[in-house]
Design a protein around this ligand. Structure first.
Ligand SMILES: *Cc1c(COP(=O)(O)O)cnc(C)c1O
Length: 408
């Protein structure tokens, strides 16, 4: 394709897509409308009285190959609760990737622990097991592994690290509903899995979250943390531990049940379109896609991620994102600012370590810095179109990268 920079919509050329060329999210229909209606009509709006949350918890846990699932308010507090259930507390170190949503690290701060960063693999954007092991100290208690974009991390390696060093392995599955590693869905491969049902996620109720585990004792602790310290089957004013109230409403669970039923068919569409996009973009000079990995037996397809190393080196990655918006892809994103560059987070992490007289371990994180400068992603909603829409998206991406690369 020969594209001159001047033909970019950013510079006044005709945009590659029109508004109605894009699929939208959320996808919903009669099932969502009628199930929410039924909950309202029942007058049982809280899970204390209804059985819709309990029903969804069973269905969702089974979907993720987990023995237990407990719903809660959101995916951020899901990680905090998972850490607390795993015994992580004041001054303990929790290893997290620097290239993820801020909640992965802030959750450690919420339980008084210190988030410590280990670098990612630049080819996949995922936490690197070798870097993780090199970051372990006598204070390390847990690792939060993120299945970023929906791509499962190397769970065999992390399970082995957990065993060898006696660490809890928490899976942040906020972007990985339905994703599978070596044939097993994520969520209970490690000790606890955490999920989000916030508006952008592949299963949503606007807000919401869940924790999953195979461990009966952890499940009981998680239940208590979500339910003001109550124990399953215990008395109303019997608080066996100190817990939060993080319960989901029946209305949210009604939406989630309908969304869960929809998920397999939508995942097939996302998978087909992600494959189409990958094929269309694989040979476009300047675009680098993550390599295929046979251990990833189902990709969650939350984000379509690619790198543009030359545009990054030429400091025009952000221009490329603006150019994509101008072409008709306003959902294109420059991705995360790496968390070790977030002042607020670093200030709090250091403050906890300082108050306890502990050193704060901060390694160089060159891969996180690199990928944060040259990554672009498209949201999952863009993977829900038909073949023509998907080809138009691919053409817009190729046009922008080719045009800006020619102008470097
Ligand atoms: C969305 C997200 C969260 C937080 O979930 P919320 O429900 O928005 O609190 C945590 N981790 C990752 C990787 C996420 O993408």
């Amino acid at each position: 394709m020969t594209v001159h920079e001047s033909t970019l919509a950013l510079h006044g050329g005709p945009p590659a897509l029109r508004d109605n060329d894009l699929p939208t999210w959320p996808v919903f229909g009669e099932a969502e409308l009628s199930s929410v209606h039924d909950v309202i009509a029942s007058g049982k709006w809280g899970s204390i009285h209804g059985d819709v949350v309990a029903g969804f918890e069973r269905e969702f846990a089974a979907y993720q190959d987990a023995a237990h699932g407990i719903c809660l308010a959101n995916g951020t507090l899901a990680i905090a609760v998972a850490l607390r259930a795993a015994g992580v507390g004041i001054g303990d170190e929790v290893i997290v990737p620097p290239y993820t949503f801020i909640a992965t690290a802030s959750a450690a701060l919420f339980v008084g622990a210190v988030p410590v960063f280990a670098d990612v693999d630049p080819a996949t954007h995922l936490l690197d097991p070798h870097a993780t092991e090199a970051t372990i100290t006598s204070r390390t208690k847990a690792v939060v592994v993120v299945h970023l974009a929906g791509r499962p991390a190397d769970m065999d390696a992390f399970a082995e690290i957990g065993r060898r060093h006696g660490l809890a392995i928490i899976e942040d599955c906020a972007q990985a509903h339905g994703a599978a590693y070596k044939g097993r869905r994520v969520g209970a491969i490690g000790d606890v899995g955490t999920f989000s049902f916030q508006s952008s996620k592949n299963i949503t109720a606007g807000e919401g979250g869940a924790v999953t585990t195979d461990d009966d004792a952890l499940a009981a602790t998680l239940y208590s943390l979500v339910n003001v310290g109550r124990v399953p089957g215990g008395g109303w004013y019997e608080h066996a531990s100190v817990g939060y109230n993080l319960r989901l409403t029946e209305l949210q669970a009604a939406l989630l049940r309908a969304q869960l039923a929809r998920h397999p068919a939508l995942q097939d569409v996302r998978e087909r379109n992600a494959t189409l996009l990958s094929q269309a973009l694989a040979d476009v000079p300047g675009i680098r896609l993550a390599p295929e990995n046979p251990d990833v037996t189902a990709h969650g397809r939350h984000l379509f991620v690619f790198r543009v190393p030359e545009l990054g080196a030429g400091s025009v990655r952000d221009t490329a994102v603006k150019a994509l918006a101008a072409e008709g892809l306003p959902g294109a994103s420059a991705g995360y600012v790496p968390l070790h560059r977030n002042e607020a987070l670093m200030r709090e992490a250091r403050a906890i370590a300082d108050r306890l007289g502990q050193p704060y371990p901060l390694a160089e994180l060159p891969a996180a810095d690199q990928v944060s400068a040259d990554t672009i992603w498209l949201p999952q909603a863009y993977l829900l179109g038909d073949e023509d829409q998907t080809r138009a998206i691919a053409a817009a991406v190729a046009k922008v990268v080719t045009g800006l690369r020619a102008a470097l």
